[in-house]
Design a binder for this molecule. Structure first.
Ligand code: SF4
Length: 271
């Protein structure tokens, strides 16, 4: 598969298409002002030289997921926590007004091998440097069935979980999961998570998950999961597939109204 990161960015993007986002170059990045999360420090437990994800979403801001890494190894847990602590010390000294710590970074954070150890260590550092500040995660939901991951997710204050479609065929088209992905297993795991927020990205153009039957299937799955909230949004940064288009905000609002009416779950648009 063509890896856009092998090409200079300007060669990889047709005219008029927003550029891809550069990978995070460290374990703690930001602070990032987010309408969803407030002023957040991002935590990246993943490599800094390539995207490390088990999805290959057509809209990914980091471009296509490479078939192979660069050889960069994941940091050991002590090394990772040391780097995080150094950064927390810096931000506390600077008086950075941190409202949230968010596990995300260059791919899927739950793929970090000792994810449970990471969450436990992060909670201790949070209590020491930013007491009372919630820790959240942006996850693609694919690993939520693993006992170690579900135990770690339960220790977080906020769980923002991806669900872009309600049927496996469309998930395979837009999220392009790798390896042993099992849609039903993912939905079951999401149903078992308490107090989660489902994030659903809608797109048009070369791929489209806004057809009436796709929305019906998606709302049926949302009703099964029973999240605390559904957040509906569209492409904001340059997507991996330059043929994608943003969904107009009026249509996003219609989708959110439809979801709330069908499921009873509060559904909001982030534009
Ligand atoms: S799950 Fe996130 S990081 Fe992974 S490919 Fe999709 S958008 Fe990119």
């Amino acid at each position: 598969m063509l890896d856009l990161k092998d090409l200079p960015r300007e060669m990889a993007r047709p005219a008029g298409v927003k550029p891809l986002t550069a990978l995070q170059d460290r374990a703690v990045y930001g602070p990032i002002a987010s309408r969803r999360l407030g002023l957040s420090l991002g935590i990246n437990p993943l490599p800094v030289s390539y995207k490390f994800c088990d999805f290959d979403c057509v809209y990914c801001q980091y471009g296509w997921t490479p078939e192979k890494g660069t050889g960069e190894k994941l940091k050991t847990l002590p090394a990772l926590l040391d780097e995080i602590e150094e950064s927390f010390k810096f931000h506390r000294t600077q008086g950075t007004p941190v409202k949230c710590l968010t596990l995300a970074g260059n791919g899927e954070p739950t793929l970090y091998p000792d994810f449970l150890g990471l969450v436990k260590g992060l909670r201790e550092l949070r209590d020491q440097y930013f007491p009372g500040v919630p820790i959240g995660i942006l996850s693609d939901s694919s690993q939520a069935h693993r006992p170690q991951v579900s135990e770690a997710l339960a220790l977080l204050e906020e769980r923002y979980m991806k669900l872009d479609a309600g049927e496996e065929k469309l998930v395979r088209e837009v999220n392009r999961p790798r390896g042993g992905f099992d849609f039903e297993r993912m939905v079951e795991a999401l149903s078992g998570l308490r107090d989660s927020v489902i994030q659903s990205l809608f797109m048009e153009g070369s791929h489209d998950n806004t057809a009436p039957e796709a929305l019906e299937a998606w709302a049926r799955v949302v009703a099964r999961i029973k999240p605390r909230e559904v957040q509906v949004y569209t492409i904001d940064r340059g997507p991996a597939d330059p043929g994608l288009r943003e969904v107009p905000v009026e249509k996003l609002e219609e989708i959110a109204r439809f979801c709330q009416a069908k499921t009873g779950v509060r559904s909001v648009v982030f534009d």
